[in-house]
Design a protein around this ligand. Structure first.
Ligand SMILES: Cc1ncc(COP(=O)(O)O)c(C=O)c1O
Length: 461
């Protein structure tokens, strides 16, 4: 394609006339570049194959399609490649193909989840899919949910609803309890909510990385002695560093006894709850008031894809509704910009819907099962004489050489990370309880046993 073939002004927007041949040509070209890039990973590994990306800014006349395609190519060449089997560092698996298609369709539709009139079919789709998820995890008819751009935002939606529901408003004495291994997004949430870190009480974890129930009871008693009011307890269903699951049954009983909102941060492990995959500690999650589930983290729905599910939808409406004066409303249909923090929102639900429709429950279970199998294979075969291993029921493993002094963990993990990346394995290096660890996240469907054997050989060397 050359500039003289296409008049630039003709390709500003899709046309409402004819067959949009120009758009079709451009999309095919973009498609080709993307598909080629995926397969370059075989040769180049998970890290960018170039380090020369030029962040060019818009100029007076605008650039030609040719310029832009060459810049897209350069952007891709300078990007992390999640499809490579050695990409095992984070909760960022390869993108599911039907999810990529969903993103394209969502961009083309450009509908807005703010309001029904701007996204009629997608509003209904989001409402129905959230309800489907809510029912799958065992919530009843009054349940539902809302999508948000990532787990942090879903957690924030939940905590704002919890505080609103508790009547604590902006009470500076209001307290949130989380385990010491809970995700750092709760620190952000507390700040955004106008509180400070003394309002975030950290409960100790046991040797398995799960919330210690005795310490939870002690902290609750201390709060009541000090006249501090608790607006929520968070149980983590899959901690970031080792995939541990807090004792949800016991925590939910305590919440019921004391009439406290239970939020489950299931950003990592929540997706297991919609299948019959047997994961220890997954029962009783329907006792929560709210739960975050991030399908982007294991099953490859493209980012971002996160849901907040609530047992009682009317609490989201009461918390966030403003009346939205410039938008018309339709009887019995909620404008979905009115039940969460975000106003205008893309139709991210499409890629989740297409991804799940394509996989079916068996496909979802297959992906989850394969991630646990890879984790098990890794743990079975790593040298137990050499390494201390930290892992829970999910697909994440952190480890360190036995008897390594905390002060030496920084240098050891850095050296190892470099050695591994030179061999096309990308692991992460979380800092946790004063030490650095190596962490492997087994959510990459392209990783086979032979790759894990090679990784273990390099670790052993
Ligand atoms: C347990 C847990 N909760 C919440 C989050 C935040 O999710 P996001 O990065 O999608 O905002 C993460 C991120 O890794 C996480 O591991």
């Amino acid at each position: 394609m050359t500039e003289d073939l296409i008049n630039k002004k003709d390709i500003y927007f899709p046309s409402y006339l004819g067959t949009n041949d120009n758009l079709n040509t451009l999309l095919n070209r973009a498609n080709q570049i993307l598909c080629d890039w995926f397969s370059k990973a075989e040769k180049f590994g998970p890290l960018p194959l170039d380090e020369n990306f030029k962040c060019l800014m818009p100029n007076e006349e605008g650039n030609s399609p040719e310029d832009l395609f060459s810049e897209i190519q350069s952007l891709l060449n300078n990007s992390f490649n999640p499809v490579h089997p050695g990409s095992l560092a984070h909760l960022d698996p390869p993108p599911l193909i039907f999810s990529i298609i969903g993103d394209l369709i969502a961009a083309g539709l450009n509908n807005n989840l703010l309001a029904y009139e701007l996204s009629p079919s997608i509003t209904l789709l989001e409402e129905s899919l959230c309800k489907w998820f809510a029912k799958k995890i065992g919530f009843n008819d009054s349940s539902g949910g809302i999508a948000a751009s990532g787990g942090t935002l879903s957690n924030l939606n939940a905590l704002i609803a919890a505080r609103h529901n508790s009547g604590l408003g902006s009470d500076p004495n209001s307290i949130l309890l989380v385990s010491e291994d809970a995700h750092s997004s709760f620190i952000k949430c507390i700040r955004i909510m106008g509180l400070n870190e003394s309002n975030l009480v950290r409960i100790k974890t046991d040797n398995n990385g799960c919330m210690d129930i005795n310490d939870l009871r002690k902290s609750l008693d201390n709060c009541s002695i000090e006249n501090k009011k608790i607006f929520a307890i968070v149980a983590t269903l899959g901690t970031t560093v080792r995939g541990a699951i807090d004792p949800i049954k016991e925590i939910s009983e305590i919440c019921k006894e004391r009439n406290i909102w239970l939020h489950i941060d299931g950003s990592i492990g929540g997706i297991f709850a919609i299948t019959s995959f047997p994961i220890e500690g997954l029962n009783n999650i329907n006792q929560a008031n709210s739960i975050t589930i991030n399908p982007q983290k294991i099953i490859g729905i493209t980012k971002t894809s996160s849901l907040l599910l609530v047992s009682n939808m009317s609490i989201l409406e009461n918390t966030f509704n403003t009346g939205l004066p410039y938008i018309s409303s339709k009887e019995n249909i909620i404008n979905r910009g009115e039940i969460g923090i975000q106003g205008s929102r893309p139709a991210e639900i499409i890629k989740l819907w297409l991804g799940l429709r394509f996989l079916g429950l068996n496909g979802i279970e297959n992906i989850l099962n394969s991630s646990i199998k890879r984790k098990d294979f890794f743990i079975e075969n790593i040298s137990k004489n050499k390494f201390d291993i930290y892992s829970g029921p999910l697909h994440i493993v952190s480890f360190l050489p036995k008897k390594l002094k905390p002060k030496d963990s920084d240098a050891w993990t850095q050296t190892k990370i470099n050695e591994l990346i030179n061999n096309n394995f990308m692991l992460s290096r979380p800092k946790f309880k004063g030490k650095y660890f190596l962490r492997v996240v087994m959510g990459n469907y392209n990783t086979k046993d032979s790759h894990i054997e090679e990784l273990l050989r390099l670790l052993d060397a």
